[in-house]
Every structure is written in C-alpha cells, then in structure tokens.
Design a protein around this ligand. Structure first.
Ligand code: MG
Ligand code: MG
Length: 278
C-alpha cells in the first residue's frame, strides 16, 4: 500500500524483509571474515553470490540500472566494493587488496520480492589509526541516526542525528550527493534519507515504513566525482572514505534493524534507546 508515494508494509511483508535482511547480514559477516591482503574484489563478489543463492535469495544489485530489453549498462556485481578513496558503487574486479587498505562492501538481497540493503567498511590487515577512527565515526553515525528515529518523528530527525554525530567527532567530510532511502518492493524508494539536515522535517516516521540509512564520510572534503566506469564514486581530493548502512523499521517498541543479525538489540540498548524487534 502506498501513502503519498511512500510504501507502507504489512507485518507479513516486513517479515519477508527481515528474511532478506538476514541474508544480507550473514553475507556481510562472511565477507568481513574473508577479506585479506592478496585477494581481489572479484573473489569477494563470488563469495557473496554463492551465499545469497544458497540462502534462497536473489541479488538486487546485479543488473541494477539496466536500460532497455538488452539490459545494457546494469551494475555488473552482486556487491559494491569501494576501496580507499572510493566512496560507493565500486565494481568488483581484478583489483588486489593490499595491507592497509579499507574496502567498503555494499550488499543487497531479495526474498519473495522484498529487499534488504546494508554496507560495512572492512580493514585489510593493519590500517592507519586515523582510518580506523574514520570507520568508527561512520558506523557510530549510522547507529545514532537509527536511534533518533521514533514513531511521530520525521525523516530528518535521522539526518540531523547522523550529521551531529559526525560533526562532534571531528573534522570530517559528509558526502551529500548520495542519501539513504525508503526500501521495500524495490531497493530504492521515496523518501530520501539525507545524511545532513535540521530535525523535524520531511515525511513522518510511521509504522510500516522501512528505511535504509547510509552515512558516507571522508577524511577530507566531501566533494566527489564518478569514474569513467560510470559507477564508482571517488573523493575529489583523494581522501579515504567509509560507508556503513542498515535497513530498519520502527515498531511501537522502537527500532528493529532488519539487516543486523541481532536486529540491532545490543547496539540500540547500549545507546539507551528501546529495541523494537521480536
Ligand atoms: Mg546499499
Ligand atoms: Mg542503500
């Protein structure tokens, strides 16, 4: 059911999204433990593809954005692998990861027509302290955004919490050209969930709404450009970037993070907000 362009899910549909989210979550955990210096990003893509299929899911990334009956131009991977100064939408391929790199892995899956979408940044071996801190700050901003979401609030409450969390952590760039989004029977739906903004704006947060929140943070300036491959977004100044994402919904009890293996319970409780999952 759509209400002013925003898809409102039934409990049964959210349960399907939980199944998709668990496939995404377990795939990302498998990839986190697989990452090592000397492997290519294409090897990560194979691991993800095999796992999603083995769990009964299908990929929503593979072929994304294709146009026409030929399917030309669609995204060629099951995951996005964005290394170092690459922010998002990196294409898995022959690039070999080396000690000290970071790789942001974005993954999605579909179960019964319902989508999940999440991302993590993973350190390859020994990573510089300031880069580890960048990763921590980005993941913290994601959770602060989710923790700020409550029924009767507004979408930009999330945006404001993400921005404030990053600003208070230090001098970082917040990428604004890409945003979080509604998600459900398609991966990208209204409303957009920006990573900056004043609280109290945008659509109301209501039961049945499912959102993906995904801060992208850089060690330098936030400006970016797209490589000639038509997909990979990189920082304009060459600074490194991190990206974390979860898909979540809001119940009477609080937030339920559909792509977190524990539903987000541990992290939300540690932030002092209620956990809304089963
Ligand atoms: Mg994603
Ligand atoms: Mg997304």
């Amino acid at each position: 059911m759509f209400d002013r362009g925003i898809e409102i899910k039934t409990p049964a549909q959210i349960e399907s999204m939980r199944q998709a989210g668990l496939i995404v979550g377990t795939t990302l955990e498998m990839l986190r433990h697989s990452v090592h210096a000397g492997m290519t990003t294409a090897e990560l893509d194979v691991i993800a593809h095999d796992h999603i299929r083995s769990q009964g899911g299908t990929s929503n990334f593979l072929g994304y954005g294709a146009h026409g009956s030929s399917g030309a131009g669609g995204f060629p991977g099951v995951i996005c692998t964005s290394v170092n100064d690459e922010i998002v939408h990196g294409i898995p391929g022959t690039r070999t990861l080396v000690d000290g790199d970071i790789v942001s892995i974005d993954c999605g899956a579909i179960v019964d027509g319902w989508h999940g979408d999440a991302a993590i940044t993973v350190a390859v071996g020994n990573v510089a302290a300031e880069v580890r801190e960048l990763m921590r700050v980005t993941e913290e901003a994601l959770w602060q955004g989710i923790a700020a979401a409550g029924l009767k609030g507004h979408v930009s409450d999330i945006s404001h919490a993400v921005e404030t969390s990053i600003d208070e952590a230090g001098d970082y760039g917040i990428v604004e050209g890409y945003t979080g989004h509604g998600i459900g029977s398609a991966m990208h739906q209204p409303p957009n969930v920006p990573n900056v903004g004043r609280a109290g704006r945008g659509p109301k947060l209501i039961k049945g709404l499912v959102l993906a929140v995904e801060p992208m943070v850089t060690l330098g300036a936030p400006e970016n450009r797209t490589l000639d491959d038509g997909w990979t977004a990189v920082t304009a100044d060459g600074s490194w970037a991190a990206h974390y994402e979860h898909t979540f919904t809001i119940t009477d009890g609080g937030a339920w993070v559909l792509t977190a293996l524990d539903g987000g319970r541990e992290r939300l409780v540690s932030l002092g907000v209620p956990y809304g999952g089963p």
